[in-house]
Ligand binder design. Structure first.
Ligand code: ARG
Length: 241
């Protein structure tokens, strides 16, 4: 029995940390001249806060600082298209899975005959977000130069300006970026090790929060809400560029 849930109820707010550079999970959308954080993960966070009877507060952070943010109490939970990995599970507690994703590659359309899977990345530079599972998978490939960047938007920019030959990121995010940027396309990475579950992270030992989130997740799963409603709603809100 821990005090985490009781403290959040006392505070009246649940602070969610995320890195809004990952559509359709989380991204910035312009609303009347103001940037607002939108996405399927935000809707999930709202549902969790609602079921706890508190307000959701969304805090934007760099992806690589999110889990540290939990450990230093800057945020109460992290929802960020985050995969549960044994390494991360050492320092934070994970909810059950709310979605599943694999790794995709984004390339320039001009290269589509040259790059068909990760086998064709030999002697090329590939971009990935610092701290992501995709960064680690790319690092493991022999003869591939991995270029780590903090922000996923910068990876897309680097690809479009030919500074890198491909970007490795979650398949659904790769698809969302490709749909909103002419000149780039996704291919399946061929990397099966990249497939895994998206889970919510809490401070290590915050079981009362994990249990509460798991209840919300299993309710949403009954009619496949995340996939059927949250993702399409997020895709509709994505900015064109
Ligand atoms: N799924 C990948 C991971 O867990 C990348 C997540 C990146 N998320 C983000 N909001 N930028 O490492």
């Amino acid at each position: 029995n821990d005090n985490y849930l009781a403290n959040i109820k006392k505070k009246g707010a649940l602070v969610m940390g995320t890195s809004p550079d990952y559509p359709p999970y989380e991204f910035l959308a312009n609303q009347n001249g103001q940037n607002k954080i939108e996405g399927a993960d935000i809707q999930l966070g709202q549902q969790i806060a609602k079921n706890m009877g508190v307000k959701l507060q969304v805090k934007s952070m760099g992806f690589d600082s999110l889990l540290v943010g939990l450990q230093t109490n800057k945020v109460d939970m992290v929802i960020a298209g985050l995969n549960k990995t044994p390494q991360r599970a050492k320092s934070v507690s994970f909810s059950n899975s709310y979605y599943r994703s694999g790794t995709g590659l984004i390339i320039n359309k001009n290269d589509k005959n040259k790059i068909k899977s990760y086998h064709d990345l030999k002697n090329k530079s590939v971009g990935a977000q610092v701290g992501s599972v995709q960064y680690d998978s790319m690092k493991k490939l022999p003869d591939v130069t991995t270029k780590g960047m903090e922000n996923a938007n910068d990876l897309i920019m680097a690809l479009k300006t030919n500074k890198i030959a491909a970007v490795a990121m979650d398949q659904s995010v790769a698809q969302a970026y490709a749909n909103h940027n002419s000149g780039i396309m996704t291919i399946s990475s061929g990397l099966h090790s990249g497939d895994s579950d998206n889970n919510i992270a809490f401070a290590k030992g915050a079981d009362s929060l994990v249990n509460s989130a798991n209840k919300t997740i299993s309710n949403l799963q009954k009619n496949n809400q995340y996939t059927k409603n949250f993702i399409p709603a997020a895709i509709n809100k994505m900015p064109d560029n």
